[in-house]
Design a protein around this ligand. Structure first.
Ligand SMILES: Nc1ncnc2c1ncn2[C@@H]1O[C@H](COP(=O)(O)OP(=O)(O)OP(=O)(O)O)[C@@H](O)[C@H]1O
Ligand SMILES: Nc1nc2c(ncn2[C@@H]2O[C@H](COP(=O)(O)O)[C@@H](O)[C@H]2O)c(=O)[nH]1
Length: 186
């Protein structure tokens, strides 16, 4: 089977990481670990949720693409993608929409684009609070240009991405099961 990667995009709090964890547990789809200079959140682990970097170590890496999101740096590497593909032909990665556009340009049909969103934008802040994010970090994130941009799909990805409206987790899981089983018959 051709190697593919599910590219999970969407606004902060919409549920991208929750979807990545679900497809890992349910279908054994490994997640590509990316790099960031932001501080670790409660419950996160280095080398599992991210490779946590400082500016100096980040500068030494060779990334396929890198972005600034809400004042922090994020980057993903071809090595990370190959590592996930060595375990399974279908992997996932969580990216902002700018990264999603880059993956689409580089990987074409090998990038399976999923845009995770919610129908009510107020729900996003509630979820970040419930996740235990620091108040200051939430305020900074919600006022960032990147957060506002990712509230909708960029024009270049419209009609190319599957939209998952993650208002209700049971409904979301059903949609995901349909997408994976419809394509791979697992
Ligand atoms: N359908 C849902 N209903 C209610 N809560 C949800 C739902 N999906 C995810 N959550 C919760 O919302 C919070 C944010 O989810 P998650 O971390 O997956 O979002 P994210 O899109 O990866 O966010 P970020 O980009 O900020 O990292 C988590 O606490 C998660 O458990
Ligand atoms: N383009 C990229 N975007 C990335 C990468 N790793 C994560 N992300 C996206 O950044 C924001 C913020 O992430 P958070 O974990 O601090 O909430 C989110 O949209 C992620 O999808 C990357 O390597 N490249």
């Amino acid at each position: 089977m051709a190697k593919r990667v599910i590219v999970l995009m969407g606004p902060a709090g919409a549920g991208k990481s929750s979807v990545a964890s679900y497809i890992k547990e349910r279908f054994g789809i490994p997640q590509v670990i990316t790099h960031t200079t932001r501080a670790m959140r409660q419950g996160e682990e280095d080398n599992v949720d991210y490779y946590f970097e400082d500016d100096q170590s980040f500068d030494q890496k060779h990334f396929l693409e890198e972005v600034n999101y809400g004042g922090h740096r994020y980057g993903s590497s071809m090595e990370g993608l190959e590592r996930a593909w060595s375990r399974n032909d279908l992997a996932s990665i969580v990216l902002d929409t700018k990264g999603g556009e880059t993956y689409q340009e580089i990987l074409h049909d090998q990038a399976w684009l999923w845009y995770v969103t919610v129908s009510k934008v107020e729900e996003l802040e509630k979820r970040l609070v419930a996740r235990g994010d620091a108040k200051q970090a939430i305020e900074k994130r919600l006022s960032s240009a990147e957060f506002k941009r990712d509230l909708s799909l960029p024009d270049s990805l419209k009609n190319k991405a599957v939209v998952i409206e993650n208002d209700d987790w049971t409904t979301t899981k059903r949609q995901i099961d349909g997408l994976i089983q419809g394509t791979f018959g697992n």
